[in-house]
Design a protein around this ligand. Structure first.
Ligand code: APR
Length: 173
């Protein structure tokens, strides 16, 4: 089941919420900043440990890594790095799709049955949600068979423009 809601992802009690992170994993602005602020200092501490142990060069665009969720109502945070629109001739369509597929695979791997996504790359990273939404929706739909443990996916949009775009993509089939 895939749904689209208007709201703040830090208030969503899904098993796993996806963070539109930067490669450093050490927090930033936008939804990254909101998630770290709501999760509390244990999240960035865990991210430091992930960097030290597994990702000395940072998380590459399109990849995903799971941590705990600190004080958030969720159980897990799935950090993924979307494409910076200006770095690719096509904006990074395949990287955007892979960010969603990687996050779905990570959710399945940790046994999350519900996952909430923000509009990855639709803020600082420069994607227009009208263009990102169909790519995100298709990537999630195509990932579902490989992530049978995930029963519910919710896109949580923080502004009307993104909400309308993702609603349209959901209804567009
Ligand atoms: N809940 C849900 N969505 C949110 C929230 C929130 N609390 N806050 C912001 N958003 C939305 C933005 O409105 C945008 O539609 O998340 C979408 C993604 O925007 P960004 O957070 O800017 O993420 P992105 O475009 O992927 O850029 C990532 O920004 O914050 C830095 O550290 C981050 O360097 C990384 C970059």
């Amino acid at each position: 089941m895939i749904d689209v809601v208007r709201g703040d992802i830090t208030a969503i009690s899904a098993d796993a919420i996806v963070n539109a992170a930067q490669s450093s994993l050490l927090g930033g602005g936008g939804v990254d900043g909101a998630i770290h602020a709501a999760a509390g200092p244990s999240l960035v501490a865990e991210c430091h440990e992930v960097r030290r142990r597994d990702l000395p060069d940072g998380l590459p665009p399109g990849e995903a890594v799971v941590t705990g969720a600190g004080d958030l109502p969720a159980r897990f945070v799935i950090h993924t790095v979307g494409p910076k629109f200006w770095e690719y001739s096509d904006g990074g369509v395949h990287v955007l799709a892979r960010s969603h597929a990687s996050s779905m695979a990570a959710a399945h791997a940790v046994g999350a049955t519900s996952v909430a996504f923000p509009a990855i790359s639709c803020g600082v990273y420069g994607w227009d949600p009208v263009n990102a939404a169909p790519i995100a929706m298709r990537a999630v739909r195509e990932s579902l068979p490989q992530a049978p443990g995930v029963r519910a996916v919710t896109f949580v949009l923080f502004n009307d423009e993104a909400f309308d775009a993702f609603r349209q993509a959901l209804d567009g089939g």
